[in-house]
Design a protein around this ligand. Structure first.
Ligand code: NAP
Length: 389
């Protein structure tokens, strides 16, 4: 029996993880579950899975959580710090499924306690990858990628043949606006951007897929996770989302991992690792596949992908700013405050003048992230006042 902590259990990744666990109740038990505001769902999950501890980030829901769990012998707590403390609870597997940089501190705590860290929450890796990897080395924690592309690379990468890798090819669905003109994208609404053609995901990553900023973050994520130079990482648009990524080796072999567009597969892969266990999700029926196509990204409509390479060239400060400004811009777009293409404007303007502050510690990175958000917010304010930025 392995104990599993799920940080962000009420999100898309969290719920899929619970689906996998429901299929394998003989293999996994739940330690900690956390959410930010979805208190009813959190309490129900904790009861259904017999969690030891349920934590709600927003303290205003604490009473509701206590009432819902009364008589169930499940501890509860509330607040940002309570989530960080809960992440330190011993577990064999921690699913890092919080969205955005908000997951950074709890991820670091989970790493300190060791075990397997199933990493879905890519933003902390983009902004603090070296510290995350160093912390894993120190504690002995094993970081396993949940992102379908990185999980595919993880499955295809032969540890003894890393130097024979010519290219990592990250595939991208192209999102809901893959074939839209720039004019049409200019008027895109949050509702349209949230309708991903292949994947069912949380709001932030759905918008990131529409801008292809998700792929930008994934380029940086791949660079960190697999220690590959940016020049060896390529993105190809693959609208069918069947091939989740590929590795080209120097002998001409191209290894890929395929599967249905269902996060159950990569989540089951890391939950079962180093063994393979039955998936609770959709499986690929090869007989129904009519075509697999691949084409380059149109950077004139999706400048985010180029931004990732530029940021990797510029250094860590740029990667932190790219991520922070994008989080600010996506929230504003979801709030109907800005137009879709303004997301690129805000990130680009925030990247224009990077500070040269030292970035050696977690505190340095957190401060740089805050300053980057302030920069992005000032561009956002200018945009909402109708100024040209
Ligand atoms: N969804 C996917 O298929 C997918 C695939 C690959 C990678 N990822 C990555 O996985 C992460 C999670 O994505 P998701 O789609 O599952 O997101 P999501 O559906 O929005 O869920 C986010 C989870 O984090 C909690 N949360 C939100 N804000 C928080 C905060 N400030 N502090 C603590 N907890 C907070 C949410 O609680 P409430 O429910 O209470 O708001 C929820 O449990 C992201 O980094 C994403 O890029 C997702």
């Amino acid at each position: 029996m392995k104990t599993v902590n799920i940080l962000g259990s009420t999100g898309s990744i969290g719920k899929t993880t619970l689906k996998v666990i429901a299929k394998h109740r003989d293999k996994f038990s739940i330690g900690v579950l956390t959410a930010q505001t979805s208190v009813k769902e959190l309490a129900q999950q904790a009861i259904d899975f017999g969690a030891k501890l349920a934590v709600i980030g927003d303290k205003t829901h604490y009473r509701a959580l206590q009432e819902a769990l009364s008589g169930h012998n499940i501890e509860c707590a509330a607040g940002e710090q309570a989530i960080i403390d809960a992440a330190a609870h011993k577990a064999d597997i921690t699913m890092a499924g919080i969205v955005g940089m908000a997951g950074l501190q709890s991820l670091m705590k989970a790493i300190e306690q060791g075990g397997i860290i199933a990493l879905a929450n890519k933003e902390p890796l983009v902004a603090a990858g070296d510290l995350v990897l160093a912390a894993c080395q120190k504690s002995g924690a094993t970081l396993l990628p949940v992102d379908s592309e990185h999980n595919a690379i993880f499955q295809c990468l032969e540890p003894d043949n890393k130097s024979a890798v010519e290219r990592l090819v990250l595939t991208a669905s192209g999102g809901p606006f893959r074939d839209w003109s720039l004019d049409k994208m200019m008027a895109a609404t949050p509702e349209q951007a949230l309708k991903h053609p292949n994947w069912d995901m949380g709001a932030k990553i759905s918008i990131d897929s529409a801008t292809m900023m998700n792929k930008a973050l994934e380029i940086i994520e791949a660079h960190k996770l697999f220690d590959m130079p940016a020049s060896k990482i390529e993105v190809l648009v693959h609208p069918q989302s069947i091939v989740h990524s590929m590795i080209e080796y120097c002998d001409g072999s191209v290894l890929c991992q395929m599967g249905a567009s269902d996060m159950c597969t990569p989540i089951t892969n890391v939950m079962g690792w180093p063994h393979r266990i039955e998936s609770a999700g959709e499986k690929l029926d090869l007989k129904t596949l009519s075509e697999l196509t691949f084409k380059p990204v149109d950077e004139s409509r999706f400048p985010s992908v180029r931004m990732a390479y530029d940021c990797l060239n510029s250094g860590l400060g740029a990667c932190i700013t790219l991520n922070a400004a994008n989080e600010v811009a996506v929230a504003a777009f979801l709030d109907h405050k800005i137009a879709f293409l303004d997301i690129y404007k805000i990130t680009a303007r925030a990247l224009d003048k990077l500070d040269t502050a030292p970035l050696n510690s977690l505190n340095d990175i957190v401060n740089y992230d805050i300053v980057s958000r302030l920069k992005a917010e000032s561009v956002l304010d200018a945009l909402t006042l109708g100024h040209v930025v």
